[in-house]
Design a protein around this ligand. Structure first.
Ligand code: B12
Ligand code: SF4
Ligand code: SF4
Length: 234
């Protein structure tokens, strides 16, 4: 029987900065199409792996930023694949949720319903899975905020029928420290005015990053990642 410890050691050996485990049970109140069983009948656990964003690399210009995000997507996709392979070797099923490294059909991107169509393609939200796996919380930016890196990580996931001990979730008190009620940095800085205390207007964010996808091959804007004070090195 595979243990959570061996999964975590393997993920770290492959280069993961973050690894957490959620039980599939934690997704029971999610919309039907966002539950792990939707992709893997009999799913028991979701393993989430994360790699850090280097803030100094995404700052200088939009091309460097886009290329950095692509690099990290390739990297976490590979780590997730290796975990999938480890599970497969031991007779378990695994569905790997990677992230895209290239652009989608430009015609699809122009669709007025793109903000609904695009997330559905991935099955589950890896950011939600990371919160369920105790890696962090949702900040006012709607990004995953972790104690070590703030919002500066990208994440992939593996759904499996292996029963692994889930990690504890972040408490309410810890959440207040990660995204203090008084902080407004991401809201003030967002060039698309997409963020507010009420949440995010996805279409406004997409208006900012859509042209960058065509120009640089990937979403470049990372202002909500750059300005967040949480997880900064002292
Ligand atoms: C689609 C998408 C986008 C779309 C957003 C559209 C949308 N509706 O989500 C666009 C193009 C705008 C976008 C922008 C960005 N993205 Co993006 N994106 C994704 C993607 C592929 C899917 C997210 C998703 O499933 N959204 C749909 C739902 C879940 O979103 P929601 O509004 O939060 O949920 C609602 C409902 O579905 C429902 N719901 C969902 N779950 C639950 C649970 C319960 C219990 C209930 C009751 C309801 C409910 O209620 C919610 C509120 O209405 C993920 C990767 C992945 N596979 O998950 C990356 C991802 C979220 N993106 C990421 C990043 C970094 C970015 C950008 C910075 C761009 C960039 N440079 O890469 C910006 C940041 C915007 C921001 N501030 O969040 C990272 C985030 C990392 C982190 N630290 O959090 C991810 C995880 C990709 C990765 N490889 O790491 N993104
Ligand atoms: S990625 Fe840019 S446009 Fe989108 S929410 Fe973050 S700061 Fe705003
Ligand atoms: S910038 Fe401030 S408000 Fe925004 S997510 Fe980070 S801590 Fe929260």
């Amino acid at each position: 029987m595979i243990s959570e410890k061996s999964v975590k050691i393997a993920a770290k050996k492959c280069g993961a900065d973050l690894v957490g485990i959620a039980s599939a049970e934690r997704f029971k109140d999610y919309p039907g199409d966002k539950r792990p069983e939707n992709l893997l009948p009999g799913a028991k656990s979701v393993i989430v792996v994360g790699v850090r964003v280097l803030p100094d690399t995404i700052k200088p210009n939009l091309l460097l930023s886009a290329l950095h995000h692509i690099t990290l997507n390739m990297y976490h996709n590979q780590i997730a694949y290796d975990i999938g392979r480890l599970l497969d070797d031991q007779g378990y099923s695994a569905v790997v949720i990677p992230h895209r490294i290239g652009n989608f059909d430009p015609e699809l991107r122009k669709s007025g319903d793109y903000m609904n169509i695009y997330p559905k393609l991935f099955g589950i939200s890896t950011r939600h899975a990371a919160v369920e796996a105790g890696l962090g919380i949702f900040g006012k930016s709607r990004l995953l905020i972790t104690p070590r890196f703030g919002p500066r990580q990208r994440v992939a996931a593996v759904i499996t029928n292996a029963e692994l001990k889930p990690d504890r979730k972040i408490t309410e008190k810890e959440a207040q420290e990660l995204c203090p009620p008084s902080c407004q940095a991401c809201i003030r800085t967002c060039p698309g005015k997409a963020l507010s205390n009420e949440g995010i207007a996805w279409e406004k964010c997409n208006e900012v990053i859509k042209p960058q996808n065509s120009m640089y091959g990937y979403s470049s804007c990372s202002q909500c990642m750059i300005v967040c004070p949480t997880g900064r090195k002292i």
